[in-house]
Write a protein that binds this ligand. Structure first.
Ligand code: TZP
Ligand code: MG
Length: 223
C-alpha cells in the first residue's frame, strides 16, 4: 500500500519552535489531529540523544500506525527500527541506504531541481520532498525558492512516474490550498504537504493538524 503523504509532519527541536514542550507529546497531539507520516529531523542532538528521542517517537507513532522516518541518519533509523529515512542531496547516497535498510523501508529524497527529481525516480525512491516552496525561518540554508510555478515546472518534468511528491517550506493554513491547487501540473499533482512550524510551533498542534486536514480535503481537484 502506498504511503499516505497527505499531511507530512517534520519535527523541529529548536527552542524557537518547540518552546520548551515535550516533542513526543507535541507529535502525539499532531497525529491525533490527522498527521499521516512523521519525520524526525534534529540537526543538533548527538547520536545518543538522537537514538533516545527517535525510540520514544517510534513508540508514539507505532501506537497510531503512522510511519516514522529519520532525517539524514540511516544508522539511527536502523537502531530504532524506524520505517525509513529522509535523505538530502549531501547525505548517504540512495543505493547505499537501500542496501543497509530492511526491505520495504521508505526512502525519501530532498529535491529542488528537475535533475535531482529525475535521479530520485531513476534510483527508485518512494517519494521526493520538493522545496523550498517559500522562504522560511525554519531552514535558512535553502538553495532556491520554487514557488508554486517552480514546483509545477518540476512536477511537469516527472511525467507519469508513480513516485510520491510532497512540497515543503513555509506552508501554513493560509497558503496550503494555493500550494496544492496552483502546483498541480498536467503530469502530476502533489501527494501532500510537509509542515514544520505551522504544526510543531502551533499553540495547539492537534487543532492545527485538524485544520490542515480539512483544508487539504477541501482543496479543489486534490485527490
Ligand atoms: N526543507 C526545505 S524547507 C524546510 C525543510 C526542512 C523547512 C520547512 O519548515 P516550515 O516551518 O514548515 O516552513
Ligand atoms: Mg539531510
Amino acid at each position: 500500500m502506498p504511503v499516505d503523504l497527505s499531511l507530512y509532519l517534520v519535527t523541529d527541536s529548536t527552542p524557537a519552535i518547540l518552546k520548551g514542550r515535550d516533542l513526543c507529546t507535541v507529535v502525539e497531539e499532531a497525529i491525533k489531529g490527522g498527521v499521516t507520516i512523521v519525520q524526525y529531523r534534529d540537526k543538533t542532538s548527538d547520536t545518543g540523544d538522537l537514538i533516545a528521542t527517535a525510540s520514544k517517537l517510534h513508540q508514539v507513532t507505532q501506537k497510531y500506525g503512522v510511519p516514522l522516518l529519520i532525517n539524514d541518519r540511516v544508522d539511527v533509523a536502523l537502531a530504532v527500527g524506524a520505517e525509513g529515512v529522509h535523505l538530502g542531496q549531501d547525505d548517504m547516497v540512495f543505493e547505499m541506504a537501500k542496501k543497509l535498510l530492511p526491505k520495504g523501508s521508505i526512502i525519501g529524497i530532498s529535491t529542488s531541481t528537475v535533475e535531482e527529481a529525475k535521479k530520485a525516480i531513476a534510483d527508485g525512491a518512494d517519494y521526493i520532498g520538493i522545496g523550498a516552496m517559500f522562504a522560511t525561518p525554519t531552514k535558512t540554508n535553502t538553495r532556491s525558492f520554487l514557488g508554486t510555478a517552480g514546483t509545477q515546472a518540476l512536477l511537469n518534468s516527472i511525467g507519469d512516474s508513480s513516485i510520491g511528491t510532497v512540497s515543503i517550506g513555509g506552508i501554513n493554513h493560509t497558503n496550503v490550498q494555493r500550494v496544492l491547487y496552483q502546483s498541480k501540473s498536467p503530469a502530476k499533482g502533489l501527494d501532500g504537504v510537509a509542515i514544520v512550524s505551522a504544526i510543531i510551533g502551533a499553540e495547539d498542534p492537534k487543532a492545527s493538524a485538524e485544520k490542515f486536514v480539512n483544508l487539504i480535503k477541501n482543496t479543489p481537484l486534490f485527490a
